[in-house]
Write a protein that binds this ligand. Structure first.
Ligand SMILES: [Zn+2]
Length: 278
């Protein structure tokens, strides 16, 4: 890890390059978030207004900026454009910058350009992991599902990822899949036996298996712990505020699992080695 100079990194062209690409990919993630749960991902169609079906000119599709200068209203019919679109674009861009700053594979150091191959591998790994989890989280918030087309390929690719990643090893990854999938499956099963209803979706089980596979088994307990703590806090607050008892079941768990595992990956090393052992 090189010394981190915040001002230099903020002014670095690489940071703004990553930000711009992040916002463009965020725009694509919006398409994924809209299309995957509706089962129309591969359907060919040009960008069109969901309210009046008019085609959207490309200069109205510039990430973040278009929503701002259109003031959140479609130019064709004046219908409201959800704030979710610029938020996903901005969120992806900022997330990518944080990932680049965590693994600065290309850096200007004392006047010379330094390239680090292992940092590039860590960067690519975190970029794919965090991006897929971001898409899963927004879909889970909207539809209360985590699509198999996202979680299952993550699980299947875990051994390959472990092969390329400088720290993660195959054993840790495979135990991670078994632990993530197994523990959660057991909890879901016990809950079902006791309450005769599903408290945990199998989507959460598959997501935690993917997290275990991509971050190693050491991540599973920490991720579950923090996701449960924050999930419960939000759940209890929601019950207190709305005074509805069954609301707890309607709060999706995917965003908490994603938030906890991404925090573990990017910031775990600052909390001490025992929380980030690999
Ligand atoms: Zn329209």
């Amino acid at each position: 890890m090189h010394r981190f100079d915040f001002a230099a990194m903020l002014l670095s062209p690489a940071t703004w390059f990553v930000f711009a690409f992040g916002s463009l990919f965020g725009s694509f993630f919006n398409v994924c978030i809209y299309r995957i749960p509706r089962g129309i991902f591969w359907k060919k169609s040009r960008s069109h207004c969901p309210a009046c079906d008019a085609p959207i000119p490309s200069w109205h599709n510039i990430p973040i900026l278009s929503w701002l200068f259109l003031r959140g209203k479609a130019a064709c019919c004046g219908s409201k454009i959800s704030v979710q679109y610029p938020l996903v674009e901005l969120g992806t861009a900022l997330l990518w910058v944080v990932i680049y700053w965590s693994y600065p594979f290309l850096m200007q150091l004392d006047g010379s350009l330094v390239y680090d191959n292992n940092e590039l591998l860590r960067f690519a790994h975190a970029l794919v992991f965090c991006s897929v989890l971001l898409i899963c989280s927004v879909i889970d918030l909207e539809h209360q599902i985590i699509p198999d087309v996202l979680s299952l390929p993550m699980i299947a690719l875990a051994p390959l990822v472990a092969w390329f990643h400088p720290e993660l090893n195959l054993k840790s990854s495979l135990i991670g899949v078994a632990m993530g999938g197994g523990i959660f499956y057991a909890i879901a099963w016990i809950y079902f036996l006791v309450r005769k209803q599903y408290g945990l979706g199998l989507g959460d089980v598959k997501l935690l298996a993917a997290i275990g596979g991509w971050l190693g088994y050491q991540s599973v307990i920490t991720t579950m712990l923090w996701a449960s703590v924050f999930g419960s806090l939000v759940g209890i607050s929601a019950i207190l505020i709305t005074r509805k008892k069954d609301l707890q079941l309607k709060i999706p768990f995917g965003p908490f699992l994603s938030g906890a595992s991404v925090t573990y990956l990017l910031f775990g090393r600052y909390f001490g080695d025992y929380l980030f052992p690999f």
